[in-house]
Design a binder for this molecule. Structure first.
Ligand code: PGA
Length: 245
């Protein structure tokens, strides 16, 4: 499987930031891993042409292909920009917009139907972890959020502990190992053999300084990176660490 270094710019970035994508592409024009940036929606079209070496994705899609949904973007519209990925079920969407596992499942299925690769995010809160409920929560989110049509080719899973996102806190390497092994096992029971090759990303406060350690953990096939993906300078060492893993 080709590992994946994915950047999620969230609600950051204007046209002047497209140069960061071009720079990353120039620095990794023969990368041995896949490189993805998910910019805000208004940058999707120019981002697609910013570099032939960087794939582009959206940060959310609607579950319907078209219709009366003011302010939303559908998966076919995202595909029409030339983007090839979409993140669904990020914890900020689950919290800010009340997205449930059923919503995320429908969005992921719509993404795959439109020819996009869905990056489905799951992860426990600090309260879940303190209650010893982490693996139960992950099981529930996988069962609820991952559609039956998911394969290694059309779906990526991102494990993002909510308490590690944007906080500078990361789980111990043992905790990451436990979560990722559990996710692989659960997906195998849920989807069958295709789960063996499905890419499992870790996300939450990944930086150049901790990336190599995280990428050495079994079943970590890449990262979903927020803050440290905003500049080529910060993202490049993470891509290098993934290539060397
Ligand atoms: P962070 O965000 O790297 O800034 O913690 C990760 C994410 O939300 O995907």
């Amino acid at each position: 499987m080709r590992k994946l270094a994915a950047g999620n710019w969230k609600m950051n970035g204007t046209q002047s930031d497209l140069a960061q994508i071009t720079q990353i592409g120039a620095a990794f024009d023969a990368a041995s891993v896949d490189i993805l940036i998910c910019p805000p929606a208004q940058l999707l079209i120019p981002a697609v042409t910013a570099s032939p070496h960087v794939a582009i994705g959206a940060q959310d899609c609607h579950a319907n292909a078209s219709g009366a949904h003011t302010g939303d973007l559908s998966a076919p519209q995202i595909r029409d920009t030339g983007a090839t990925y979409v993140i669904v079920g990020h914890s900020e969407r689950r919290t800010d917009h009340g997205e449930t596992d059923a919503t995320v499942n429908a969005k992921a299925a719509a993404a795959v139907d439109a020819g996009l690769i869905a990056i489905i995010c799951i992860g426990e809160t600090l309260q879940d972890r303190d209650n010893g409920a982490t693996l139960n929560v992950l099981a529930q989110q996988l069962t609820g959020s991952v559609p039956a049509l998911a394969t290694a080719q059309n779906t990526v899973i991102a494990y993002e502990p909510v308490w590690a996102i944007g906080t500078g806190l990361i789980p111990t390497l043992d905790q990451i190992a436990q979560a990722h092994a559990f996710i692989r096992e659960h997906l195998t029971a849920q989807l069958g053999a295709t789960a063996a090759d499905m890419r499992l990303l870790y996300g939450g406060s990944v930086k150049g300084s901790n990336a190599a350690d995280i990428f050495a953990v079994p079943h970590v096939d890449g990262a979903l990176v927020g803050g440290a993906s905003l500049t080529a300078q910060d993202f490049a060492p993470i891509i290098t660490a993934l290539q060397n893993a």
